[in-house]
Design a protein around this ligand. Structure first.
Ligand code: FMN
Length: 245
C-alpha cells in the first residue's frame, strides 16, 4: 500500500512488510532518528542472555531482505545456529585464529591490549547467525555483476548492515566475528560449493550499547577525520569546491 502524502512509516506489525505505508518524504524527526540509529549502532560482544523474541528476529531479517542487491539477485541466506556442538566448533575455530592473530602483533603494548579484547560472543549470544552469499544464484547472467564479480558479496554486506541497524532500533546487539577460518566454518555449516560465508554474527540483547566503539574506548584506534578521507576528482586531491566545516 502506498500513500503519497502521508509522512512516515506505520508500525511494522507482522513478518510481511506488505501493509507498510511508505511516504516519499520524511519529517525532520524521522530524519533525525535515522542518523541517530546510525551513530548509536555498535558491534556487541557482551550479551545479557535474554532471549530475542521470534517476531523481533523476523523483523530484523526482513530488514536484511530489503537491502539493495546487484541485479536484484538477493544472493543471501541466513543460517540460525542453535546447536551447541556446532557453536563449540565455531568457537574453537575462533580460538585458533585468534591465537594466530596475536602472534602477528610485534609491538608489546599492542599485543598485550589485543590479548585483553573480547572479540566474540559465540557461546553467550542467544542467536548465532551465519549470512551466506549464493554466488550462483540467477547464474549465468546476473544483471550488473559481470564487470564486477564481487558485487554479490557487497550486496550481502548491505543486507548485514540493514540488519545491524534494524537490530539497533529493536535494542538488539549484533557482533560480527571474522576471526575464523572461513573454509573450516563453511565445512562445519555444511555449505555446498558456490555458497560463501560472508559473516558469522552473534545476536542478542547487549549488556550495554557503548557510546563509542569498544576499540576506540580501549585505545586501539580512533575514528579518523572525515575531512582527510574526502578527495576531489582524483585520488589524493584536496576537496576545494565546498567546505566541510
Ligand atoms: C567485516 C567486519 C568484521 C568484523 N570482525 C570482528 C571480529 O572478528 N571481532 C570483533 O570483536 N569485532 C569485529 N568487527 C567489529 C569492528 O571491530 C567494529 O565494527 C569497529 O571496531 C567499530 O565499532 P562499532 O561497530 O561499535 O562502531 C567486525 C566488523 C566488520 C564490519
Amino acid at each position: 500500500m502506498y500513500s503519497a502524502r502521508k509522512p512516515g512509516l506505520s508500525v511494522i506489525t507482522s513478518f510481511g512488510w506488505g501493509g507498510v505505508f511508505l511516504s516519499d518524504t520524511f519529517s525532520k524527526a524521522e530524519q533525525e532518528v535515522v542518523y541517530r540509529v546510525i551513530r548509536a549502532r555498535r558491534d556487541i560482544r557482551h550479551f545479557s542472555g535474554r532471549p530475542v523474541p521470534e517476531r523481533v528476529l523476523l523483523r530484523i531479517l526482513q530488514a536484511a531482505h530489503h537491502a539493495p542487491s546487484v541485479g536484484f539477485m538477493q544472493p543471501w541466506n541466513f543460517i540460525l545456529v542453535h546447536s551447541k556442538e556446532i557453536r563449540e566448533q565455531i568457537k574453537s575455530s575462533f580460538e585458533e585464529m585468534n591465537a594466530d592473530q596475536l602472534k602477528q602483533i610485534s609491538e608489546t603494548d599492542r599485543k598485550e591490549l589485543y590479548s585483553r579484547l573480547k572479540l566474540e560472543g559465540i557461546m553467550e549470544a542467544p542467536v548465532n547467525l551465519a549470512v551466506t552469499c549464493d554466488r550462483n544464484r540467477d547464474a549465468p547472467f546476473v544483471l550488473g555483476r559481470g564487470p564486477m564479480p564481487e558485487t554479490d558479496l557487497f550486496s550481502t554486506c548491505l543486507a548485514i548492515q540493514n540488519m545491524w541497524l534494524a537490530a539497533r532500533v529493536e535494542g538488539v546487539g549484533v557482533g560480527w566475528v571474522s576471526i575464523l577460518n572461513r573454509e573450516r566454518v563453511e565445512e562445519i555449516l555444511g555449505l555446498p560449493p558456490g555458497i560463501r560465508l560472508v559473516a558469522y554474527l552473534c545476536i542478542g540483547y547487549p549488556v550495554e550499547f557503548r557510546e563509542k566503539p569498544m576499540l576506540e574506548e580501549l585505545g586501539w584506534k580512533s575514528r579518523m577525520d572525515l575531512k582527510s578521507l574526502i578527495y576531489e576528482n582524483q585520488w589524493g586531491q584536496e576537496l576545494k569546491s565546498f567546505h566541510l566545516d
